[in-house]
Design a protein around this ligand. Sequence first.
Ligand code: PGA
Length: 255
Amino acid sequence: MTVQKKLIAGNWKMNMLHMDAAALAREVVAGADKAPCDLLLCPPSTLISWVAETASGSVVAVGGQDCHEADSGAYTGDVSATMVRDAGASHVILGHSERRHGLGETDERVRAKTEAAHGAGLVAIVCIGETEEQRDAGETLNVLSSQLDGSLPTGDNGFAVNGKDTVIAYEPVWAIGTGRTPTVDEVQAAHGHIRAHLTASLGEQAEDIRILYGGSMKPENAADLLAIENVDGGLIGGASLSADSFLAIADAAPA
Ligand code: PGA
C-alpha cells in the first residue's frame, strides 16, 4: 500500500550541455503543474545549479547523480554531498549500477555515501538490482536483500532510514538502457520483497519509503509498471532526455 504520490525521476546521466538542458528543464517545468506525481530532474553536476535555478518556485525538484562520502578534502574530480546540496539539489542518486559495475562501487561505499547525503540534508536514492547472471541463477531476491543490508545506514535497531530521507530504486542491471523490462510478476515480486525486507526492520514506517522501478521505462510501458503494487515511481534514463517522453511517463502515473 502506498500512501504518497508517485515520484518520477529523470537520470540524465552524462548527457546534456547547457543549451539543450536549458530547453529540456524549461519544458519539464512548464508541464509539471499538470503532472499527477512528484517530479525530479538529476542532471550532471555541471548543470545542477542551473537546473535548480530554472526549477526554483516550481514543483520540480533537482538531484545529483552521485556524491563522495567525505565532506571535503583531496579527492580530485569528486563532489561532496554538501556541495550537491549547496548547488541547489534536494536529492542524490547513489549506488547506480553504472557506478557499482563500471567503477567498482561497493555496498559499503554506497552506505557511507548515503550517510553523507543524510548528513547534508539530501534525500538519498539508493539503487539496487541484480545482473542477468544473478537472475538466471535464481539469486535475485537474495541479491536485493544483501544490497539493502550493505548499502543502507543502520543503527542499534536495524535500518536507520525513513521515508523522508531515503528512496530505494530497483533497477535490474540487464534492463538498464536495453529496452528490456522484467514482467509485471517479476517487478511485483522484487518490489514486494524489498518492501518486506524493509518492513522486517522498520515495521510500519517502511510503508513511507518509496520504491522506484528503473530500467527501460518509457511512455509505452509506464502505465503498466506504475500500476504494480509497491511501485512508487520510476527512475528514468533514456526517456528523460526528452520533455515529451518524460512528461508522458509522469502523466501515466496513477494519482
Ligand atoms: P534507462 O536507465 O531508463 O535508460 O534504462 C535507467 C537508469 O539507469 O536509471
